[in-house]
Design a protein around this ligand. Structure first.
Ligand code: MRU
Length: 368
């Protein structure tokens, strides 16, 4: 996607200081500053994922895949396989909910099986590039399939804007390019369909306010930021035509984990017969799990993410402020699970299906 007229992916390699270097957009600095950072060691990669300089299911997967290349080229002489196993274990432990992370590491493990150090560096590079390219192309296809749904709603509305509510950030910043939930929005906008997005702020880390609003603004898509709790009211008053969210893990029967608060939006959508779609590439399915509420591991992050907010002060300085009494304890679950029965459909790179085992297997028969 374009940032101030230049095309960026969220993760890439380029020649810096005479060697090929892994680079990312630092998402903790957005929307107030656009900066990139270099990841030179496995610890750099782990920190970037854990502290959310990179985040979002697809991008976490791509970062781990590139992290394997970083590990292979920095492994000490003499203990290549021990170092690789330890590095993959460290990366896997950074964030537990999105399935893309473990999926990408498994792909790399297979690609490197039986290779010595020199061949492993080349193979890890090729596999990381393939994973990144596939992520981008699958997300582009999600956009095409989602576009058909938006087009149909637009036709029914006779030229009036289609109002789409989204939660958190499942745009191009959450993947390598295009995004999942926002890819159909960009496709519709680019096709000249009038769209407008309600952007949930997404407490506690505010990915909606800081990332989705920034992305949509860069692309010129009309949008309004709303408080997290506004969605139900908007739906009751006919101000939402559809909801599209991303997801971090979908079970074989269609239960979807996504940013905390998504479940409440799905309940409100169900009560108001507003279609609720979940968009994902196949790397986000976890075919080993069935019951999402019981089986998907939910990350719990530091309490201070709830207690402290950061932003730009009136003087233009980035500041952190405590929003509760000094000693108030807090809990911070990062995700919740929306049961399949509340989901109208899953938008994947292979097409749109019902959120059920039957629907999913109709698109992915090889998983039967
Ligand atoms: O904690 P994050 O920012 O990594 O969470 C991921 C998300 O942005 C959302 O849950 C998103 O909708 C799914 S990731 C494509």
């Amino acid at each position: 996607m374009n940032v101030n007229g230049r095309h960026y992916r969220t993760i890439w390699t380029e020649e810096r200081g005479g060697e090929e270097t892994l680079c990312i957009i630092d998402q903790t600095a957005l929307p107030h500053e656009f900066r990139t950072i270099e990841l030179k060691t496995v610890d750099d990669v782990c920190r970037a994922i854990r502290d959310m300089h990179v985040r979002g299911a697809g991008l976490i997967g791509a970062a781990a895949a590139w992290g394997v290349w970083v590990a292979a080229r920095t492994a000490p002489e003499g203990d290549f396989s021990g170092f690789m196993a330890e590095s993959m274990g460290k990366m896997r432990a950074t964030r537990p909910t999105a399935s893309n992370l473990a999926w990408a590491l498994e792909r790399q493990k297979k690609a490197l099986a039986g290779l010595g150090r020199k061949d492993a560096v080349a193979a890890a590079h090729a596999e990381a590039q393939a994973i990144a390219d596939e992520d981008a192309s699958f997300c582009r296809r999600i956009g095409e399939h989602g576009l058909a749904i938006i087009r149909e709603i637009a036709a029914r509305k006779g030229g009036k804007p289609v109002h789409i509510l989204t939660h958190c950030n499942a745009g191009w910043l959450a993947f390598v390019d295009y995004g999942s939930a926002l890819s159909p929005v960009y496709a519709a906008f680019d096709a000249g369909i009038p769209v407008h997005v309600w952007v949930d702020e997404t407490r506690p880390r505010n990915q909606g306010a800081s990332l989705t609003a920034w992305e949509l603004g860069m692309h010129g898509v009309p949008h309004d930021l709303v408080a997290d709790n506004a969605g139900g009211h908007l739906m009751q008053h006919g101000m939402v035509d559809m909801v599209i969210t991303g997801t971090d893990r979908v079970t074989r029967r269609g239960d979807a984990a996504n940013k905390i608060g998504t479940y409440l939006k799905a309940l409100a959508a169900y009560d108001n017969t507003v279609p609720f779609y979940v968009a994902l590439p196949s790397s986000t399915f976890d075919f080993a799990l069935s019951d999402g509420v019981r089986e998907i591991p939910i990350e719990e992050r530091k309490a201070d993410e709830v207690r402290v907010m950061s932003g730009l002060s009136e003087k233009g300085a980035l500041e952190r402020v405590l929003i509760c009494p000094q000693k108030t304890p807090a809990r911070n679950w990062a995700f919740d699970v929306t049961p399949a029965r509340l989901i109208t459909g899953l938008i994947t790179e292979r097409g749109v299906c019902e959120a059920s085992e039957k629907g999913i297997l109709s698109l992915y028969p090889e998983q039967a």
